[in-house]
Design a protein around this ligand. Structure first.
Ligand code: PA5
Length: 462
């Protein structure tokens, strides 16, 4: 269902200065790639490897519990409000935006088949948060607070505001409007949930936030708005089975990981542009940006040496960004590889009326927006190769739950393989933790006085 076309990253088409000899590279790397895939699959069940996300396609139990709860609360709420940040929000946002009917939250209840609206509050901007809370009828809102660590300041601050407001509006009943997704045992949210008696779901051990979309982190919001999570799980499982293939010639995640890695280290393409040609896939770029950046941007390799590696992801949207960033991609520094995501069949066939035939826009009449979109994707791709810019095209035949699961899971495996090629730990984010600790210190969290002190001293210097 997902196809990868990397011909336009090849020297044969874009020239040897900027393109790779892909056939030769696949031969050179086939053994290393096979070993990486074997190693990932060997380590995935071991604790502390950060690889439990590779088992999420087989986790029928989670899907069962999620469906049971979704059925229980069906028709009780008009709104789902997801509180979370980073990996606790971006996967949910990417998948719901892709699979729900566009402008879902503006549709009537009937048009939504009685399923609720869904909002992701993934920032702490006071103006937008207050505006959203004023708009929502909190009595009819189910708050899904998601944090693996259970103490992320942004998410917990949001939760505290919501808990307070719900309690004021609903009295003792407010607990039924909160469902928490967090670590099984540890963390403040787990502790609070137990004290308060919330319904909870688990972020499994060894599943980092950015790899958690197919755990309850994503599955619960999906099921609550009527997305078929069995279809999602099947897509993950089938892609996982396909990507167990250790032969680089038959493993698209390995191919794309290797191409991106080599374009970076050999050809200086250290910027990775993700450009879907579909508005519904816009947030896939946001999700990918976090996955790629947080996983691969590291200053030490696995041998403890200073390396400071990691391609910089850039989000773009076709055709919109053809009128914004493409000028730079074509003519600016040749330091990028551009991934197009192309949707072969849109749900709608939208015809352009045959009017103004006597003018310069008459040629558009009788064509479809669909053909215009894909003609633009092709034209952009060819123009980029005219300028010797490497691109790869990932084709999806249609936007379905199955295909979305395949696509996102493919990127997860690609990231894990790229991590191994860069020889970095793709599953930690030490400097994000450092920033968190400073924030905790500044905001007066007990135990972080040292971080506050260091921060204050450093701020005085500048
Ligand atoms: O990928 C990650 O691990 C991070 O982006 C986290 O998802 C993010 O920092 C939020 O963390 P938590 O889920 O603990 O609130």
């Amino acid at each position: 269902m997902i196809k990868l076309d990397y011909r336009r990253a090849d020297a044969k088409i874009i020239g040897a200065e900027h393109g790779l000899n892909i056939a030769e590279e696949f031969e050179n790397y086939k053994e290393q790639i096979a070993n990486i895939i074997l190693d990932l699959n060997k380590r995935k069940d071991k604790p502390s490897q950060g690889l439990q996300w590779m088992n999420l396609g087989y986790s029928e139990e989670t899907a069962w519990y999620v469906k049971e709860y979704a059925a229980l609360v069906e028709n009780r709420f008009d709104n789902i409000l997801v509180l979370g940040i980073g990996g606790s929000a971006l996967g949910g946002l990417a998948v719901t935006e892709a699979l729900l009917k566009p402008y879902w939250n503006f549709l009537s209840k009937e048009q939504r088949n009685n399923f609720p609206r869904i909002f992701f509050l993934d920032n702490i901007d006071p103006d937008s948060m207050e505006a959203l809370l004023e708009m929502l009828d909190l009595k009819k809102t189910l708050v899904n607070v998601i944090t693996k660590s259970g103490d992320t300041a942004e998410t917990m601050a949001q939760y505290m505001i919501l808990k307070d407001r719900l309690e004021k509006e609903l009295g003792d009943d407010y607990r039924k409007n909160i469902v928490a997704t967090t670590d099984k045992r540890t963390g403040i949210l787990r502790q609070i949930s137990e004290q308060e008696g919330y319904k909870t779901f688990v972020v499994p051990d060894d599943v980092g936030g950015r790899f958690s979309v197919f755990s309850a982190v994503g599955l619960l919001p999906f099921a609550l708005v009527g997305i078929d999570i069995d279809e999602i799980i099947n897509g993950v499982k089938d892609m996982d089975l396909a990507l167990k293939n250790t032969d680089i010639y038959h493993n698209i995640a390995a191919q794309n990981a290797l191409i991106h890695y080599l374009l970076d280290i050999k050809k200086g393409k250290n910027i990775s542009v993700m450009m879907p040609y579909s508005s519904r896939l816009k947030y896939v770029s946001d999700w990918y940006a976090q996955l790629w950046a947080e996983s691969l941007g590291k200053n030490k390799n696995l041998n403890g040496e200073d390396v400071q590696v990691g391609p910089t992801p850039v989000k773009a949207l076709g055709a919109t960004d053809q009128h914004s960033q493409i000028q730079l991609f074509n003519e600016g520094p040749n330091n990028k590889v551009i991934d197009f995501i192309r949707v072969e069949n849109f749900d709608t066939n939208l015809e352009i009326p045959k009017i103004f035939e006597y003018t310069g826009i008459g040629y558009l009449g009788g064509k479809t927006m669909n053909s215009l979109m894909n003609a633009e994707a092709d034209s952009t791709k060819i123009t980029l190769s005219d300028y010797s810019r490497p691109t790869v095209t990932i084709s999806v035949d249609k936007i379905t739950g199955y295909n979305m699961a395949q696509l996102l899971y493919m990127f997860e495996v690609q990231t894990a393989i790229a991590g191994a090629l860069y020889n970095v730990d793709a599953f930690n984010q030490p400097s994000v933790e450092q920033g968190r600790n400073y924030t905790y210190g500044v905001m007066g969290r007990a135990g972080y006085e040292g971080s506050a002190q260091v921060l204050h001293e450093k701020m005085m210097i500048v």
